[in-house]
Design a protein around this ligand. Sequence first.
Ligand code: SIN
Length: 523
Amino acid sequence: MPPARTLTSTVSLVFSSQLRARQIYRHPAFRFRMASSSAFGLKEASLVRSQGFIDGKWVDAKDGGVIKVTNPATTEELGTVPEMGLAETKEAIDAAAKAFKTWSKTTANQRHDILIKLYALMKEHSDDLARMITLENGKPLAEAMGEHLYSASFIEWFAEEAVRTYGEQIPSPFPGVRNIVIKQPVGVVSILTPWNFPSAMITRKLGAALAAGCTAVIKPPPETPFSALALAELATRAGVPPGVINIVTTQSNVRDVGREMCESPIVQKVSFTGSTPVAKMLAQMAAGTLKKVSIEAGGNAPFIVFDDADIDAAVEGVIVCKFRGTGQTCVCANRIFVQSSVYAEFASRLAERVAAFKVGNGLDKETTHGPLIHDRAVDKVEAHVEDALANGAQVLLGGKRIPGAGSFFAPTVLSDVPADALVNREETFGPLAALTRFETEEEVVAMANNTAVGLAGYFFSRDVGRVWRVAEALEVGMVGANTGVISQAVIPFGGVKESGLGREGGHGISEYMNEKLIAFGGL
Ligand code: SIN
């Protein structure tokens, strides 16, 4: 049993942070920030936080700088968050280190209870949190609700994992010695997340970190900081003590902030989701102090349709897999390989389904697919289309950016895309389905594996022997066999090759814990 004062001090820390929160409420600066929350139209405006979060306090940048956050569907400004830098990052890390001293001593059951409370609060505020995701990321409300529930499921899952961090007893070859292995939290964790899942990519890391007894400094992306800040607000209400979660918002100072989060000797682990080039840079920085690193980086997922597939199921599978988040997920199908004898049928059915998409503002109930995150993302899809067309591909549908406000590209299906086209070599991250023809299983497996990355891979086939052969042969961390949906809190999420290190979700709590041997001698 822990000393009773551990829980008492946790509770008193919570009360004192609530008191501070009330004082901040009365501050004129806070009233100004509350006013800017009207752009969100939430039921509970206080979920819109426009300041960073350090040591349980909502704070501005020291130099008063701000980042403007816009809605990608309209380009309208949603609000601002602080442009923080090195000094604020150091403060956040120090606060996390201080809080680790008490948070790491809480029992697994205490952490479980707080996380379950956070889960309940997330569910209670589902409509607001989903709306916030739509506003800052652009994905349609139904899909934003899907992300929100996915996000909450990580908190629930890791609350349950917290109480299962079993150790081990290992028989010793030496007489009179007993080996016991215990698990302990690694310490302060740096969490760096992308804009494509403003909420879920945080909870997948933060849930595991908190459950393990770690404290965290989070750098959300400048495009979608509000979901992260709302999570900090709810975590405070759930009883997470000051300093356990800290959020540093930044855009122009990202290099300094990222470097400190990876190089500080106080930080014991870095967890990053984002592009492979940035992942390599952060891993190099973290290597100086041999930190633990978890990385979920880019994918270039193959999606294979064999001639023995259920074609209807394969079309539905590719719709959800390729066009989820308007094509902006690391596990989206990027290279679609279709066997010659079913190629024409698959292509025309896919184009017919995609033609029914309704592209627009995610707040609109009719909208099935939203904008891309910004114009640079549109430029990339456009470049991939142009390259494919210059190399012999044909447009079955779409192929162009949509003019007007917002970053929109028409959902596109290209046929006869050469295997070496740019779209097949790089992650497109947009609504472009590029179809490439193949003849044999051996040929398509070789094409699928002909890439430096390996996050997810998908295929459709009704031949049970082929299902096993291809699932085992694909060089990826996750396979969808006859499904285009693999994402769940319970699975080991992660890649091989240059798609990353470690696994998140599932038993990912172990990435936030060290095993310690205690060899008892002299028995
Ligand atoms: C990602 O795109 O990085 C994550 C996608 C998922 O969790 O489904």
